[in-house]
Ligand binder design. Structure first.
Ligand code: PEP
Ligand code: MN
Length: 336
């Protein structure tokens, strides 16, 4: 159960609500985000709703039958839209494409990709500076100095930035240089990281864990929301299965299921999902057709020379064609 409180409530009124909830037998947790004040109550109890609804400061009460609460679609009629400023919105009908290299490599590379994105009308660039790599000997990213360079170029050209945060200590130094924190698949259940991202007023995109279930992904999102940040989206990036013909298995089922279960925007990452450059486009289009609110793909001027994930990275011609096809598909979907 979620109790929505009025904003600017005196603490005595909040205490009265908490006490009333405890008296019924619920365990309450207060949650204050950028947009609202909530009391999340767990433990199912029968009671007369009027006993809470008439308390001072209570705006609304919602029964949510899911175990996750704040991210559930059961209480929020309108889907969440994330506003990155300058007209860049994601969710609730606003579709966004995000593209860029797996790793930020150099100033020339960032400038070249930024110009390509501008030509294609793409407003958000991805690119890792802190790279989780299976082998410690692989390229592990340019770090904070690379981010500063990445950010300066993007800011100059009006392009927004999404980049991966790997640990709590990186959150604060990254803050001013980015627009969205990406939580990678390997950190999808790093609960300390999720908790801390809940205390920051900056959008977060959480990727599904390599072997993570849909429910686990929703709980990860619940961590961030319940710690205070509701500017949140989730990303299907493929899961590990027994299939070895592709890097991962794109779980297309997850798109309509997630959109049914949560009000948060659902993003697809076809690059990591299939891992094969020749098949990124069909998987991307399938994700869009299934109802995704956005897409994130890996691109590079010369994928063969990319420092990481070149085998799943599209070149400029391939990505430009994919962006055009996605737009055509979105236009058709509007008429469905
Ligand atoms: C990435 O986006 O480059 C990345 C490492 O993705 P994932 O966490 O999904 O493996
Ligand atoms: Mn990658």
């Amino acid at each position: 159960m979620i109790i929505q409180l009025e904003s600017k409530l005196p603490s005595s009124a909040t205490s009265d609500v908490l006490q009333a909830v405890k008296n019924i037998g619920y365990k309450p947790t207060t949650v204050n985000t950028q947009f609202g004040n909530y009391v999340v109550c767990v433990g199912k109890k029968d009671f007369d709703i009027r006993s809470l609804g008439s308390l001072a400061g209570v705006r609304d009460i919602h029964y949510v039958s899911d175990d996750y609460q704040l991210v559930s679609r059961k209480w929020k009629v309108e889907r969440t839209a994330i506003d990155l400023g300058d007209g860049v919105k994601i969710g609730n009908g606003a579709f966004q494409m995000m593209a860029g290299p797996c790793s930020i490599e150099s100033e020339e590379q960032v400038l070249s990709i930024v110009q390509h994105l501008k030509r294609c009308g793409v407003r958000i660039m991805r690119g890792g500076v802190f790279k989780p790599r299976s082998s410690p000997y692989s390229f592990r990213g340019m770090g904070l100095d690379g981010l500063k360079m990445f950010s300066a170029i993007c800011r100059e050209h009006g392009i927004k930035i999404i980049t991966e945060v790997m640990e709590v200590a990186q959150i604060e130094p990254m803050y001013e240089y980015i627009d969205v924190y990406q939580v990678g698949a390997r950190n999808s259940q790093n609960f300390n990281l999720l908790d801390e991202l809940g205390r920051v007023d900056k959008p977060v995109m959480i990727k599904r864990g390599i072997s993570g279930t849909i429910e686990e992904l929703l709980y990860s999102a619940e961590y961030v929301f319940s710690a205070g940040n509701e500017r949140l989206m989730i990303c299907e990036r493929g899961i590990r299965t027994y299939e070895s013909a592709s890097r991962n298995t794109f779980d297309i089922n997850a798109i309509p299921i997630l959109r049914d279960k949560t009000h948060l925007p659902v993003i697809v990452d076809p690059s990591h999902a299939i891992g094969l450059r020749d098949f990124v486009a069909p998987v991307a289009l399938a994700g869009v057709a299934a109802g995704a609110d956005g897409i994130i793909i890996e691109i590079h001027e010369t994928p063969e020379e990319a420092a990481s994930d070149g085998a799943q990275t599209l070149n400029y011609e391939e990505s430009a064609q994919l962006f055009t096809r996605i737009r055509a598909l979105l236009d058709v979907q509007e008429t469905w």
